[in-house]
Design a protein around this ligand. Structure first.
Ligand SMILES: CCCCCCCCCCCCC/C=C/C(=O)SCCNC(=O)CCNC(=O)[C@H](O)C(C)(C)COP(=O)(O)OP(=O)(O)OC[C@H]1O[C@@H](n2cnc3c(N)ncnc32)[C@H](O)[C@@H]1OP(=O)(O)O
Length: 310
């Protein structure tokens, strides 16, 4: 719905500098996140997933899921951003898309400085889409660890388009008609959003029935980044031979809202995207492979199915 133009000043908005944020995490945070995206959710000794929550076989460090880095973008987003020249209602904000680049294997504990900027603003008439970019540097070494770009759907003002990055990084995935190369089924728990929120996204849209109703949902909805975490965990299991460090780039678009514990089944694609994977051939030449996770079908409270196509 269009909002008064007097509340919209693109020059002011684009000139605004967003403040840096800081993140510190340890192995406990890494394990809680992994549980929040379903690690060992069906089997407490799952040999593919135990390493994300426990020092399996005496391993020195818990392994970190690549989607863990999406948490670094939350600092500036979950409580709403104060944006001069752009008034919006944070309770009606929907997460539309997330793009992630991971530059090196993730340490199991770190302190980071997150540099935040406005990467794009697309007002398509139906909704305004604000794109916030977060670059996370390890404190001390100043090494760039990862980058997140988050798309938020909000109220519309007037047609407008600004983007400061290549359009190849925001493309919607075309769902191929071919047979998938792998299929993985996962089950979300009725309490999934309550568990996932402990990783830092405390937006009551995901936990409070009254807030959900105010946002015109019949009940709390699942965090989009939780759905993405489930999908990438499945790709690591089915495609990456269990190695989370092979994931280089992730792009996920949230297609439809995910509800939990709704009795009536629905069969709907809720996520599409791709993962760019680094790996090695037998002669040790590094190659990259792009995997489309074309269709994540979610049957509430039952199964999530990730269908991948390479
Ligand atoms: C503004 C404030 C600043 C913050 C900015 C960044 C913040 C990001 C984080 C925000 C976190 C807020 C708290 C919420 C957290 C959540 O987790 S919410 C749960 C997860 N998300 C969802 O459940 C959303 C599910 N998706 C939908 O409901 C719909 O897809 C949609 C997003 C409402 C869009 O549907 P619709 O309006 O019907 O879109 P279309 O008519 O099909 O397309 C219109 C144009 O928009 C493009 N588009 C469509 N979907 C997306 C998408 N998901 N992401 C990005 N872009 C999308 C589409 O291509 C169309 O563009 P054009 O072709 O150019 O016209």
């Amino acid at each position: 719905m269009a909002t008064s133009d007097s509340e919209f000043n693109p020059d002011l908005l684009l000139a605004h500098k967003l403040p840096e944020t800081r993140s510190t995490y340890n192995e406990r945070d890494v394990a809680i996140y992994a549980l929040g995206v379903g690690a060992c959710g069906q089997d407490a000794v799952d040999s593919d997933e135990l390493k994300f929550v426990y020092h399996e076989n005496g391993q020195e460090h818990i392994q970190v899921l690549p989607t863990f880095v999406s948490l670094f973008s939350l600092g500036s987003l979950t409580h709403g951003l104060d944006l001069p020249g752009f008034k919006y209602d944070p309770s009606l904000l929907l997460h539309g898309q997330q793009y992630i680049e991971v530059y090196r294997p993730l340490p199991s504990k770190a302190s980071l400085i997150n540099k935040v900027s406005l990467a794009g603003l697309q007002d398509k008439g139906k909704a305004a889409i604000l794109e916030i970019e977060t670059r996370s540097y390890e404190q001390g070494s100043d090494e760039l660890l990862c980058m997140n770009r988050s798309w938020g759907f909000s109220n519309s003002y007037q047609p407008f388009s600004y983007k400061n990055y290549p359009s190849t990084q925001s493309l919607a995935v075309k769902i191929p008609q071919t047979q998938p190369s792998a299929v993985c089924e996962e089950r979300t728990q009725p309490s999934q959003a309550l568990l996932y929120r402990l990783s830092g996204d405390y937006n009551p849209l995901h936990s409070d029935p009254n807030v959900a109703k105010l946002a015109r949902f019949p009940r709390p909805i699942l965090h989009g980044l939780c759905t993405l975490g489930f999908a990438i965990k499945a790709i690591i299991k089915c495609i990456c031979k269990g190695d989370p460090s092979t994931v280089k780039t992730i792009s996920g678009r949230f297609l439809a809202t995910v509800f939990l514990t709704k009795v009536k089944e629905r069969n709907k694609a809720v996520l599409s995207g791709y993962v760019d994977i680094r790996g090695e051939t037998e002669d040790a030449n590094v190659f990259n492979e792009v995997i489309n996770f074309v269709d994540l079908v979610h049957v509430p409270g039952k199964y999530q199915k990730v269908i991948t196509d390479s």
